[in-house]
Ligand binder design. Structure first.
Ligand code: BDR
Ligand code: CA
Length: 358
């Protein structure tokens, strides 16, 4: 078991982010935008929680609301490599951002595809970029088809996906991002087996991300830092679908998005909370949270009658294959949330300050 504590101060990380925005993807993007350690070179869009055109619109719009309309956004494939596309509006709302009503974006996506962006950006910045994938791995797998030499040009890859000693959230044994495109996940795990130990892929599985439970109280704390009252909109006792009236758009959107996500989790019998998988993976990519890892060889079941899309970890070298992942095995969720709330709250507060007269 390896222990990773946040460095002080953490180094700057140049990121390609690949998302299926998605409520928790949106929170991950906001967290990264708010983080001085993060330099986001592009946000690439994958079909997953909602179809890719909606993911692209959401990502463009969200980055604009977050004050970062300068970040390149590229659209990816409409469909997984082999599987028919499945989406999950039940979890993330009809448009992927819960009850939030985002403004239409004022710009179009990049003229290049997400797969081309993976290839070209890693050629422009060899050895520098950390890839953070919080959606299915379709775009990265397509990029590997175009350019099998891509992994060694990356500094590291961080994935939110899979589950190992923990129930699935899509089938009894599979996690959503892997279940949507199992062939792509296998292509990526296989291709990144080539990475040296100090740049091994980090996987953030459900085993840990389901301990990242966000509650209304966390959103109240963000609103307090911003200096706006949250009202009762995110109370578990408020009627289903209650919208926030917060005057600051980002606070309103966070509340409206999370209200949907928390209602979904409550409908699953988990209480009025939301598992925010993707912001945790973002913090792992930046090295701003404590976590432990276990080295493993990970492969993906493609054929099982009941187990297609299941991630299997060999922790004891039974397969006699090279290690290809460091699996995140634990963290301290309260510390993550203290950091997340402070960072996101102060970013929104500063974004809304009137321009200084000096
Ligand atoms: C993952 O699936 C998606 O619904 C979330 O955005 C997250 O990336 C969790 O299984
Ligand atoms: Ca996601």
């Amino acid at each position: 078991m390896h222990v990773h504590e946040p460095a002080a101060p953490p180094a700057r990380t140049r990121l390609i982010v690949d998302v299926d925005t998605g409520i928790d993807d949106a929170l991950a993007l906001l967290y990264l935008v708010a983080s001085p350690e993060a330099d986001i070179v592009a946000a690439l869009c994958t079909a997953g929680n909602v179809p890719v055109d909606q993911v692209t619109t959401n990502t463009l719009s969200w980055l604009e609301v977050c004050g970062r309309a300068d970040i390149e956004v590229a659209a990816g494939s409409q469909v997984p490599l082999v599987a028919p596309l499945m989406t999950t509006e039940d979890t993330h709302g009809p448009h992927g951002v819960g009850y939030a009503e985002l403004p239409s974006p004022s710009r179009a996506p990049s003229s290049r595809s997400a797969a081309q962006a993976w290839v070209e950006l890693t050629r422009e910045h060899p050895g520098e970029l950390t890839g953070l994938v919080t959606g299915p791995l379709t775009n990265l797998a397509l990029a590997l088809r175009l350019d099998p030499g891509l992994p060694l040009r990356m500094r590291r890859l961080v994935i939110m996906g899979g589950c190992f000693h923990h129930p699935g959230n899509t089938t009894p044994t599979s996690e959503w991002n892997v279940a949507v495109d199992p062939e792509a996940a296998k292509v990526v795990f296989d291709a990144f087996s080539i990475m040296p130990a100090d740049r091994r892929t980090i996987v953030c599985p459900l085993d840990v991300t389901e301990s990242i439970e966000m509650y209304p109280e966390h959103v109240s704390r963000i609103a307090d830092i911003v200096g706006v009252p949250l009202s009762e909109a995110l109370s578990p006792d408020a009627p289903r679908g209650t919208r926030s009236s917060a005057g600051v758009p980002l606070v309103r959107h966070i509340s409206d998005a999370l209200r949907f996500y928390m209602e979904f989790h409550r409908d699953q019998g988990l209480g009025f909370l939301a598992h925010v998988h993707d912001p945790f993976a973002a913090a792992v990519a930046l090295g701003t949270v404590p976590y432990t890892t276990r080295p493993a060889t990970v492969d993906v079941e493609l054929d099982g009658r009941l187990t297609r899309g299941t991630t299997v970890a060999d922790l004891s070298d039974m397969w006699k294959r090279s290690l290809n992942t460091d699996i995140v095995a634990g963290t301290r969720p309260a510390e993550f949330f203290d950091h997340f709330v402070e960072r996101v709250g102060s970013y929104i507060r500063d974004l809304n300050l009137p321009p200084s007269k000096n």
